[in-house]
Write a protein that binds this ligand. Structure first.
Ligand SMILES: C[S@@+](CC[C@H](N)C(=O)[O-])C[C@H]1O[C@@H](n2cnc3c(N)ncnc32)[C@H](O)[C@@H]1O
Length: 255
């Protein structure tokens, strides 16, 4: 296992939660007549909320793709899509979905009780147009080339070196291309040492340093900020416990 991989993303628990989060139906995830339905399908909305105004492109990259749903969604917009994640387990599952179009999900109900579900990837997604690779988003190979769209959903607050990641985007995105960042800015020392946080801290004068300001500080030299949007998302832990979060999405256009 790569030493930079937080073990959490290789665990059975993460696999079960992320397969359901990416591929479960509304009923699979939230089987109640109440609840935050607008927070479902986040991996789809990270693409469908923004790509229509960007339009069709040639190459797209999904960094921190986990089990791959946003990568597959990007194939609606680009004939060449690459999904990269540090977790070998997530990438091997994403590859299995790519090969078979089927997803076996273990949905946790209560205690040790699980429900086995089998779901199909929508047939209009062009599985053959994407590839998945294990890799560190902060140490991408020099020959990876440039992309018209780069998506990093819920990644910046999960890497050891978010500043390195942010600085790498200028060289990854074609001129006129777009960078889509989305994150709830859940800074935790478990993933990122505090000095490396992009925000969520007090500065030396005691002022609040927010992550959006940190993003602007690094990105505005090479990008224009086109829009910000609140994106709620729901991760089911078990039948009666859910994480409801609100990511802030920012869309940046490369100068
Ligand atoms: C919170 S999950 C988000 C996954 C997915 N984008 C989503 O929105 O569901 C963070 C993901 O980033 C991956 N990750 C963490 N550090 C990484 C790194 N340095 N390079 C690539 N992926 C990384 C984890 O394995 C995990 O799949």
């Amino acid at each position: 296992m790569n030493e930079a991989t937080p073990d959490i993303y290789e665990s059975d628990l993460a696999v079960d939660q992320y397969l359901l989060f990416h591929y479960g139906t509304a009923e699979d995830q939230l089987p109640y007549s109440f609840g935050p339905r607008e927070a479902l399908f986040y991996p789809i909305r990270c693409v469908s909320d923004f790509l229509p105004s960007i339009g069709r492109v040639e190459r797209a990259l999904d960094l921190g793709c986990a089990v791959g749903r946003s990568t597959f969604e990007l194939t609606r917009w680009a004939p060449e899509v690459l999904g990269i994640d540090l977790s070998q387990r997530f990438i091997s599952l994403a590859n299995r979905v790519r090969e078979t179009g089927r997803i076996a999900i273990r949905r946790l109900e209560e205690g040790e009780i699980v429900t086995e579900l089998t779901r199909e990837l929508p047939s209009d997604l062009r599985r053959e147009h994407c590839q998945f690779e294990t890799g560190d988003a902060t140490k991408l190979p020099a020959d990876i080339g440039r992309f018209d769209v780069v998506l990093a959903a819920n990644l910046i607050d999960r890497v050891k070196a978010p500043g390195v990641l942010l600085k790498s985007f200028a060289a990854l995105v074609n001129s006129g291309g777009h960078l889509i960042l989305s994150s709830p800015y859940t800074w935790l020392e478990q993933f990122t040492a505090k000095p490396a946080w992009l925000g969520g801290r007090y500065d030396s004068a005691g002022n609040r340093a927010l992550t959006l300001d940190g993003l602007k500080e690094t990105l505005l030299g090479a990008f224009d900020l086109k829009l910000t949007k609140d994106l709620p998302f729901l991760i089911r832990e078990h039948a009666r416990k859910f994480q409801w979060s609100v990511a802030q999405a920012t869309v940046w256009r490369r100068k």
